[in-house]
Design a protein around this ligand. Structure first.
Ligand code: ASP
Ligand code: MG
Length: 420
C-alpha cells in the first residue's frame, strides 16, 4: 500500500487533475490511497464564505459561494468536454446541500460553522478527482474521510482518536479494489459534526492513512522539486535535500519550513514509513526521501517567518520570572490559541515571539497586561538556520538589526528587524 497526497496547487485547474491522473496511472502499481486537498485557493475562498455567513450577510455569502461553485463547474466542464456526465452528479449534490446549509442561520460557534463549510472544499475536489479517474477507466473508490477519521470537538484543530480511526480505515480499505480517493484535512466528532485538522492539514491526513494501513510509503506531490534548504521565495539559490532523517525533517517543519506539515512526520517515523516529497511537474525525478537513515546534512537550511511580534513581559512587583508566572503566561497563550514560535527568559522578564495575528493578539495583550507590564515590537522576522555557522548568520543579518538570538547545538534562531 502506498499513499499519495496532492495539495491544492496540484489540482488548481483541469490540467492539474489530468496530471494527477497521469501520475496515478504511471507511477502507482498496486494498492494506492490518494489524499487530495481543496482545489487551488478554495479553502481561503470558503473562509470568506464563512465570515459572510456568520455575519448574517446573505448576499455576500451567496456571491462568494457562487464564485467558488463557478470555479469548480468550469473545471468539470473542461474535464468532460462540456458533455454532462452522470459520474459527476455527486458534486452537484454537494453544491445543493451546502447551499441549503448556507441559507440557514448559522448554528454553533464560529469555529464549528467554519468546519462545516470549509471542509466542503475537500469533499468537492475529491468527488471531481474520483469521477474523473473512473471516467478514464481507473477503478476508483471515493472514501469519505469524515466517516473514517474520528476527532474530538476542537473545531479547526481536531485531535485524532487513533484507535477508532485505525479501525475505521482498516475496515474501509480491506475489501476495496482499485484506487481509494479521499479528502485531506477533515474528520468528524463522535456527534457527527465535521472537524478540520488545522490549515494545511492534508499532509497529516496522508500520514494518518499510512500509519493505519501500515503503508510502505507516503509521497507528497508538490510544485517544488522536493525539500529545499530554503524557500525559493527568499533565496535565489536553493539546494535540493535528496535525503533527510525524520529528525531533520521534523525540526525543519517545526520551525516553519512549509513544505511538510509538522504533524506529518511523527506517525511515519513511529512505523518506519518512508516519506517522499516529489514534484508533480517533474514526476520522473526522485525528489527528497525522508526515512530512518544516518545521513548527516552537510548544508545549512534556512527558514524565514515574517510578520513576527516580540512580546516581553515584566512582572509589576519585580518578582522573578518563576514557575507560577510561567504557568500563568502559558495558560493565557493557550486560551488565546496563540502559538509561541520562540521564547527566552531572564530573571525579571520573559520574551516570546509569535505570529502577528490581528484576530488574536490584541485580546491576548489585554489579558497579559492584567498581570505584567507588556512591551512589544512588531513587523519582525524570525530566521531559523539549522546547521548554522557564523558565515550563514552574517549572511542573513545583512541590513538587519538583531533583537534576539538563541543558539542550540545545531540550530540558531534570530529575531531581526529591517534597518529600513
Ligand atoms: N485545504 C486545506 C488548506 O488549504 C488543507 C490543505 O491544503 O492541506 O489549508
Ligand atoms: Mg494546501
Amino acid at each position: 500500500m502506498k499513499v499519495y497526497k496532492f495539495g491544492g496547487a496540484s489540482v488548481r485547474n483541469a490540467d492539474g487533475v489530468r496530471n494527477l491522473a497521469e501520475i496515478v496511472h504511471t507511477q502507482a502499481n498496486g494498492d494506492l490511497v490518494v489524499v487530495v486537498s481543496a482545489m487551488g485557493k478554495t479553502t481561503n475562498a470558503l473562509e470568506d464564505v464563512v465570515r459572510a455567513c456568520y455575519q448574517h450577510q446573505p448576499e455576500e455569502t451567496q456571491s462568494r459561494w457562487q464564485a467558488v461553485r463557478a470555479y469548480h463547474e468550469a473545471i468539470i466542464n473542461e474535464l468532460t468536454d462540456n458533455v454532462p456526465d452522470p459520474a459527476f452528479a455527486g458534486v452537484f449534490d454537494t453544491f445543493t446541500k451546502l447551499e441549503a446549509y448556507l441559507r440557514q442561520t448559522p448554528d454553533g460557534s464560529y469555529d464549528c460553522v467554519y468546519d462545516q463549510i470549509v471542509s466542503m472544499g475537500e469533499v468537492i475536489s475529491t468527488q471531481i478527482v474520483a469521477a474523473y479517474l473512473n471516467s478514464l477507466g481507473i477503478q476508483t473508490h471515493w472514501a469519505d474521510a469524515r466517516q473514517l477519521i474520528r476527532t474530538d470537538d476542537t473545531y479547526r484543530e481536531g485531535k485524532v482518536d487513533w484507535d477508532i480511526t485505525c479501525r475505521h480505515i482498516q475496515q474501509m480499505a480491506q475489501p476495496v479494489e482499485g484506487v481509494i480517493v479521499t479528502q485531506g484535512f477533515i474528520g468528524q466528532t463522535p456527534d457527527g459534526l465535521t472537524t478540520t485538522l488545522g490549515r494545511e492539514g492534508s499532509d497529516y491526513t496522508a500520514a494518518i492513512f499510512a500509519y493505519c494501513l501500515n503503508a510502505e510509503s507516503v509521497t507528497i506531490w508538490k510544485d517544488v522539486p522536493g525539500v529545499l534548504n530554503a524557500d525559493p521565495k527568499w533565496f535565489d539559490e536553493t539546494v535540493l535535500l535528496e535525503k533527510l532523517t525524520y529528525q531533520d525533517a521534523i525540526e525543519l517543519a517545526y520551525y516553519g519550513a512549509t513544505v511538510i506539515h509538522p504533524k506529518t512526520i511523527k506517525p511515519l517515523q513511529n512505523k518506519d514509513i518512508t516519506l517522499y516529497v516529489r514534484s508533480f511537474l517533474q514526476p520522473e525525478k526522485p525528489g527528497t526521501e525522508i526515512c530512518n537513515n544516518e545521513h548527516h546534512l552537510e548544508i545549512s537550511s534556512f527558514i524565514f517567518k515574517i510578520n513576527q511580534m516580540l512580546i516581553s513581559l515584566h512582572p509589576y512587583d519585580f518578582s522573578f520570572i518563576a514557575e507560577q508566572n510561567l504557568s500563568r503566561i502559558f495558560s493565557r497563550f493557550a486560551e488565546a490559541g496563540v502559538k509561541i514560535n520562540l521564547m527566552q527568559n531572564t530573571a525579571i522578564s520573559f520574551s516570546v515571539v509569535v505570529d502577528s495575528n490581528p484576530d488574536k493578539i490584541p485580546a491576548l495583550l489585554n489579558q497579559l497586561k492584567q498581570d505584567f507590564r507588556v512591551t512589544y515590537n512588531d513587523g519582525l522576522e524570525l530566521i531559523t538556520i539549522r546547521y548554522y555557522n557564523q558565515s550563514t548568520i552574517d549572511r542573513v543579518c545583512v541590513n538587519k538589526k538583531l533583537l534576539l538570538e538563541q543558539k542550540s547545538r545545531y540550530t540558531v534562531q534570530l529575531v531581526v528587524k529591517d534597518r529600513g
